[in-house]
Design a protein around this ligand. Structure first.
Ligand code: GDD
Ligand code: MN
Length: 363
């Protein structure tokens, strides 16, 4: 059976939405041959079992099960790449995306030489539903930032509901960033040529059942995507994040040092030692949940990771001082020598911790 349209639906704990979604899709797509590809990341709420059951009953519904993986973008990419249809759609499982737009968007592909159709929450005629003021603000900021990396003037570059010509996906897939939440932005930013797009106004519904997976870390990942698109070719994004975390470490260090040395009059050497360890520890935990979110350490590994981070930091600090002193001995200006040492230290810290602390661990 060859399908004309594949609808990719990423799922993470959506058990209360799936049946209704399937029914709604099949009610609106009478004229064409379609399939649904669910991509589930080992949901713990019964979604997995339900998807198995539905997939075994319907030839045109199948599921990709991923184990020890998460990430909305990568789920969408893998679902789209698994499709054999000439056109693929991506939509949320939670019924926030109006399925009646599917046949309209599909028809557009035969009216126009389209690359992609985007359901927009901000196009004329769209409605946001009871989107909280905070989410709306976040969305607006996101839109603004997205324009920096976009070659197209989209009203809703963060939309999670769109339809794409498969040939376009194949054209740009090697360049996709693939991390985080913002798959549409990724698609537009990864295309070498401007994409031929249209926007259809979306009446954004309230989530039917379950909770949103969009949290603050996902907002931070979004910054990662922007940095990758802006500077990725020159400096690895992870290093930028690592350095930003390093700056928070400096602040923590000075705060603790002041507290111990000035406020409670601890001897400088002890205050400095305590401040160093607290700053390293804070850097470690922030890096673990932010910079290395995808390799996050838990339980016993979290503790061992901290020890290895102390070792890595000490080695990097030792080489930093050794290198800076060498330059200083060579009569190089103290500030330049110091900065060069610190830079070498930061790079080493990053390189060593990515090798030893957050190395690929078996799940
Ligand atoms: N497989 C998989 N893995 N699915 C995921 C993951 C994941 O790590 N995270 C989320 N999902 C699924 C959810 O189950 C849902 O079907 C869909 O992806 C979107 O997640 P929601 O939790 O419903 O996101 P939202 O409604 O808050 O966010 C919406 O607005 C964003 C723009 O602000 C969505 O439309 C997003 O796609 C959109 O980017
Ligand atoms: Mn949603």
């Amino acid at each position: 059976m060859s399908y004309e349209l594949s609808i990719v639906v990423p799922t993470l704990n959506e058990v209360g939405n799936i049946e209704l979604l399937c029914n709604k899709i099949s009610a609106v797509l009478k004229e064409i041959n379609w399939e649904i590809i669910f991509v589930d990341d080992n949901s713990a709420d019964g979604t997995k079992e339900l998807l198995n059951q539905i997939s075994s009953q319907h030839q045109n519904i199948r599921t990709i099960h991923r184990i020890n993986r998460t990430g909305l973008s990568s789920a969408c990419i893998e679902g789209m790449l698994a499709s054999n249809a000439p056109i693929v759609a991506v939509m949320d499982a939670d019924l926030q995306h109006d399925e009646t737009l599917l046949p309209l968007m599909f028809a557009d592909f035969y009216k126009n030489p389209l690359d992609i159709a985007v359901a927009s929450r901000f196009a004329p005629g769209a409605e946001l539903g009871d989107f909280s003021a905070k989410r709306e603000l976040l969305s607006n900021i996101g839109n603004l930032l997205s324009r920096m990396v976009l070659k197209a003037r989209l009203t809703d570059p963060l939309s999670g509901f769109f339809m794409l010509r498969k040939s376009v996906l194949h054209e740009l897939s090697p360049r996709l960033y693939g991390k985080g939440f913002k798959i549409l932005l990724d698609i537009f930013a990864s295309s070498k040529r401007p994409l031929n797009f249209i926007e259809v106004p979306l009446k954004f519904n309230t989530r039917h059942s379950g909770d949103s997976k969009l949290d603050t870390t996902i907002a931070l990942e979004f910054i990662g995507l922007l940095c990758h698109k802006l500077f990725g070719k020159i400096i690895p994004v992870r290093f930028i994040l690592f350095s930003l975390v390093g700056l928070t470490g400096v602040a923590v260090h000075l705060f603790v040092l002041t507290l111990f040395h000035i406020v409670i009059s601890t001897q400088f050497i002890w205050a400095q030692t305590i401040a160093t360890y607290i700053a390293m520890t804070s850097n470690y935990f922030i890096n673990n949940s932010f910079t290395y979110r995808d390799k996050k350490l838990h339980g016993k590994r979290l503790f061992l990771g901290l020890l290895s981070f102390y070792v890595v930091c000490s080695v990097a600090a030792f080489l930093n001082v050794a290198f800076a002193s060498l330059l200083y001995e060579m009569n190089i200006n103290w500030a330049i020598a110091g900065t060069a040492g610190a830079l070498i230290g930061a790079v080493l810290n990053y390189a060593l911790s990515s090798m030893f602390t957050w190395r690929k661990t078996k799940p």
